[in-house]
Design a protein around this ligand. Structure first.
Ligand SMILES: Nc1nc2c(c(=O)[nH]1)N(C=O)[C@@H](CNc1ccc(C(=O)N[C@@H](CCC(=O)O)C(=O)O)cc1)CN2
Ligand SMILES: Nc1nc2c(ncn2[C@@H]2O[C@H](COP(=O)(O)OP(=O)(O)OP(=O)(O)O)[C@@H](O)[C@H]2O)c(=O)[nH]1
Ligand SMILES: [Mg+2]
Length: 445
């Protein structure tokens, strides 16, 4: 069925610089929409054979001036990234070249600059991928570590999309059984039918719970694990942050209470993304600004996946109780009196250059222990987890239904479960919505 489009600008031909902003060797300008053939004819003198790169002069349509010599590509819809006709100009990456080609495109009738994510949005709208795969594409562009890249690639390739489509189809089948029972009640079959619906709901429930079990690791891989450096003032926290970041991020000084704001640095720890947070030294103080810093430090400790607690001979304190695992570090072990510090996991001196390899190895091992396997997780965002928790809740009710449960209730839980999967994938079944509306009508109306 052809549903008329209500989205503004959906029939425009969109274009954008697809490669990064700024000077580069080659820049890719991508076009998508019904006007692509016209655009290629007007600016490149013709439409290349699909999926074959050709070298062409790009011309300013009005003046005929040659703007660049470029590689030109054409992908005929629907076999393209967006599902529409797609064109590409691979131009020399200078600012003036890119600017001239973009402004020539802007002058073509029906052409406009693409909005953020609009190419992928059209791919979803044209059924090329679902929302979870589109999120995977976004994650692939953002990926900073190997594990993030592998996770995003799986998701962009449809790992969650396929699982969700399967869950959805099975829910629809269970719903059809339940609804047949509502419309054509046949007393004798009820117990057998109910047993079968319950059993199938139980199997589905198990699969959703298994997906949810990997959610924490999946989300941590994507967002990065949070490692908080904490300890008393002057313990060498900012010095350690700078050493791990291999750049001068935080101010270091012999004055206790130097750091006030929390300072975040993104690190690749053995292939895993980690956000390293430097915090204000914990102590009671009358300084208003430092007090705010200490409050921020305590808030960071609460969201930590790992706390790295620092102490030195000239800065001693017992760690506070925290939920996350805690690694105790003795710093400045080049200082006299260091031996007096009792229990610790790693001893190091940033100035002396000792113990750093041991600390890094410990951090990598802890990151691996906490995140390994997370790249295979189906659930990589809170959004996925929340929808699947709704699905699991309704399936749990269905699998526990007894003979007295009205079949209408079972159908309703199945419907709510299916709807949550629909929100997850962004594929809301039009037939289902029609069914919901027209079921209220009577036959013959
Ligand atoms: N130059 C260029 N490189 C790029 C992209 C692009 O759009 N342009 N991509 C964009 O993000 C990624 C590649 N992704 C793509 C995904 C699907 C299709 C495509 O044409 N799909 C058709 C045909 C499939 C086939 O031949 O196997 C289809 O799905 O029907 C193209 C690129 C990364 N590299
Ligand atoms: N001897 C020695 N001194 C160090 C070492 N690491 C840091 N320091 C010194 O210790 C002092 C405090 O270092 P910071 O890194 O600013 O300490 P901090 O824990 O961030 O302190 P606050 O931000 O005030 O909480 C500075 O004078 C550093 O040079 C080390 O390995 N050996
Ligand atoms: Mg500091």
């Amino acid at each position: 069925m052809n549903v008329p489009s209500l989205r503004y600008g959906e029939n425009d031909t969109i274009f954008a610089l697809a490669s990064g902003a700024g000077r580069s060797g080659v820049a890719v300008i991508r076009l998508s929409g019904p006007g692509v053939r016209f655009g290629l004819e007007t600016m490149a003198g013709g439409v290349p054979e699909p999926r074959r790169a050709v070298l062409r002069h790009l011309r300013e349509p009005a003046s005929g001036e040659v703007l660049d010599e470029a590689l030109v590509l054409f992908f005929a819809g629907p076999a393209s990234f967006t599902g529409e006709d797609v064109g590409e100009f691979h131009v020399h990456g200078g600012r003036a070249v890119v600017e001239a080609v973009l402004s020539a495109l802007a002058g073509l009738a029906g052409f406009r600059v693409a909005e953020r994510g609009e190419f992928t949005r059209r791919a979803v709208g044209n059924g090329r991928m679902d929302l979870t795969a589109a999120e995977g594409v976004a994650d692939l562009v953002e990926a900073e570590t190997g594990s993030q890249r592998r996770q995003a690639l799986r998701q962009a390739g449809g790992a969650l999309e396929r699982a969700a489509a399967d869950w959805r189809a099975r829910l629809a089948r269970l719903l059809a059984w339940a609804e047949a029972e509502i419309d054509f009640p046949d007393e004798e079959d009820v117990p057998a039918l109910l047993a079968s619906v319950r059993e199938n709901a139980g199997t589905l429930h198990g699969e959703i719970e298994a997906a949810l079990a990997g959610a924490r690791r999946g989300e941590r891989i994507r967002e990065g694990a949070v490692v908080v450096i904490a300890g008393p003032p002057n313990a060498g926290k900012s010095t350690l942050l700078n050493a791990l970041a291999q750049r001068d991020v935080a101010i270091v000084s012999p004055i206790a209470g130097t750091t006030r704001d929390t300072i975040e640095v993104h690190l690749d720890l053995g292939g895993y993304a980690v956000t390293l947070v430097d915090t204000a030294g914990l102590r009671e103080t009358t300084d208003v600004v430092e007090t705010m810093g200490v409050e921020r430090a305590r808030a960071s400790l609460e969201r930590a996946d790992l706390v790295v607690w620092l102490e030195s001979a000239d800065a001693r304190a017992e760690p506070p109780a925290v939920a996350a695992p805690l690694l105790r570090i003795r710093t400045k072990d080049d200082q006299p009196g260091s031996a007096a510090i009792g229990a610790f996991d790693v001893s190091l001196s940033v100035h002396g250059g000792t113990g750093m390899a041991t600390l890094l190895a410990r951090l990598e091992a802890m990151a691996r222990a906490a995140l390994e396997g997370g790249e295979q997780a189906l659930v990589t965002r809170a959004r996925h987890r929340q929808e699947l928790e709704i699905v699991a809740r309704h399936l749990d009710i269905v699998r526990g239904a007894d003979v007295d449960t009205p079949v209408e209730f079972i159908a309703e839980d199945l419907r709510l479960a299916a709807r949550a999967v629909g929100r997850l994938t962004g594929r809301v079944d039009i037939d289902e919505i029609y069914d919901l509306i027209f079921r209220e009508f009577c036959i013959g109306k």
